[in-house]
Design a protein around this ligand. Structure first.
Ligand code: MSP
Length: 475
């Protein structure tokens, strides 16, 4: 039994969860369920990132006390995670007192790599990130991700000397001691690392009061990313506890927009603390609508709760885990989603279950084979172990389609008329055994559906077909 630690990015609590937030959780959840099913001891972290200008400004604009505002939105994320049927073992809020104290301890441990200097330059509040003059010029003064003008800042800040670690980080990435997926993103990071400057890691408290005070200097608060990245280890109890059982993380799931923080600042912090680097940083693409970023101004925002209310969580998980590529940007549109629902979930899988259950029931055939849980084939394991979840799911679907094809070819309804009972029992049992094997592979992706299927086809029993189809059509 291995100790496994899986992490997700902690979203800012500056609004309700949106459809894009689902991806970190779902990818991590599939991996969590997969590793748990193999018998590993898995911790799965999630949480909320609550400090910083962005959250503070939003709370103020809503006329709310920032603590109350953070409480409400943090709870919204917890509810959203449950709605997705995602089950983290640990949940952290960056306003937790233990987290705040531990962050200050971390800061103190990093002190020999920290210096004070003045900064004059550009900042994007949307990214909560400083940008170079070059980057600002390339983007004509407006952040492409947030469509907001960069702000000119002139302040005295503390800096983390990235230069102390840069060569080590580059070496670790190149030699896969710090693996990054996908490969094209790893190359982008190596390019970026060539001229990454030291990073500012604090803001004057007079400009930003909503943050963790820098130890020994009340005039400064920590830069929100230092506070946020630390969550991955403070949640395990660092530095109070020895965390080396679970740390280094087995896999850290983040979106492409925040890979640079996880692949540059975070490794620098870990090296400064003398902690090992994560075993994998897995960076997913973004969810788009007809090739475009979803935005309120374009009017193409899809509320995930609407999708789940209409077609159920299993359909939502299906679309996001199969049709949203694990690594590159992919589209969500209602049309594509409903096509996948009707043609694949309802036709390929729902009908298959109904057909086999009805045939066995009508002919009074009981199941005489058992399929042990979590028996996975090599191809599937290879995809899952390399975090190619949408490919693993395609592989499962090939199996589902193959069973449908076998039914059409073997025509059990004809055997029922012309063949022997034994022949029919062997034919149906073979098909059901194949379905149950595919169902094992399905279970990390669609846990409730897989559970229902295994409850329908229980060895030694007669079969009762479900009264309503697993995926009713024309909702
Ligand atoms: N608070 C930081 C993360 C700190 S982690 C130490 C943050 N928050 S966020 O709310 O902006 O984003 C949270 C996660 O959602 C990130 O992984 C981000 O990439 C992801 N996504 C945000 N929009 C997305 C899409 N449209 N599509 C897919 N993922 C998206 O960044």
């Amino acid at each position: 039994m291995s100790k496994i630690y899986i992490t997700t990015a902690i979203p800012y609590v500056n609004g309700a969860p949106h459809i894009g937030h689902s991806l970190d959780y779902l990818l991590a959840d599939v991996y969590y369920r997969y590793r748990t099913s193999l018998g590993d001891d898995v911790r799965f972290q999630a949480g909320t990132d609550e400090h910083g200008n962005k959250v503070f400004a939003k709370a103020k604009a809503s006329g709310m006390d920032v603590h109350d505002y953070a409480d409400i939105n943090s709870q919204n994320f917890r509810d959203f995670i449950s709605l997705l049927e995602v089950e983290p073992t640990d949940f952290i809020r960056t306003t937790d007192k233990d987290h705040e104290r531990r962050c200050q301890e971390i800061w103190k441990k990093l002190e020999k790599h920290i210096y004070k200097s003045s900064y004059e330059g550009w900042y994007c509040e949307g990214c909560e990130s400083f940008v170079t003059q070059k980057e600002r010029d390339e983007n004509n003064g407006v952040c492409p991700d947030h469509q907001k003008e960069y702000q000119k800042l002139s302040e005295e800040n503390y800096y983390l000397r990235i230069s102390d670690f840069k060569d080590k980080i580059i070496e670790a990435i190149k030699t896969n001691k710090l693996p990054i997926l996908p490969d094209f993103r790893k190359k982008e990071i190596l390019e970026l690392l060539k001229d990454t400057p030291d990073v500012s890691i604090s803001r004057p408290a007079k400009n930003l009061s909503w943050g963790i005070p820098v130890p020994g200097d009340d005039s400064q608060v920590m830069y929100v990313w230092i506070d946020a990245l630390s969550n991955y280890i403070t949640i395990l109890g660092y530095p109070d506890n020895d965390i080396l059982g679970y740390w280094p993380a087995t896999a850290q799931f983040v979106g492409k927009d925040i890979l640079r923080f996880h692949a540059i600042i975070w490794p620098a912090m870990l090296l400064g603390l003398g902690l090992p680097l994560p075993k994998m940083i897995c960076s997913h693409g973004h969810i788009l609508s007809n090739g475009q970023k979803m935005s309120k101004s374009l009017g193409n925002v899809v509320d995930p709760v609407d999708v789940i209310n209409k077609h159920g969580i299993e359909a939502f998980r299906y679309y996001f885990l199969r049709h949203i590529d694990t690594f590159v940007d992919s589209d969500f549109t209602w049309e594509k989603f409903e096509d996948a629902y009707n043609n694949e979930l309802a036709n390929d899988l729902g009908n298959l279950v109904q057909r086999l259950a009805t045939l066995a029931n009508k002919n009074n055939i009981s199941i005489n084979r058992t399929v042990s849980a979590s028996v996975y084939d090599e191809n599937y394991k290879e995809f899952m172990d390399s975090f190619e979840f949408s490919k693993a799911f395609d592989h499962v679907w090939e199996k589902v389609k193959k069973i449908n094809k076998n039914i059409d070819e073997k025509k059990p309804w004809e055997i029922a008329k012309t063949g022997s009972r034994e022949e029919l029992s062997i034919c149906l049992n073979t098909l059901i055994e194949d379905l149950l094997s595919a169902n094992n592979l399905l279970s990390p992706f669609l846990p409730s559906t897989a559970q229902k299927i295994s409850e329908i086809f229980v060895a030694g029993h007669g079969i009762i077909p479900p009264r309503t189809p697993l995926f009713p059509k024309n909702l």
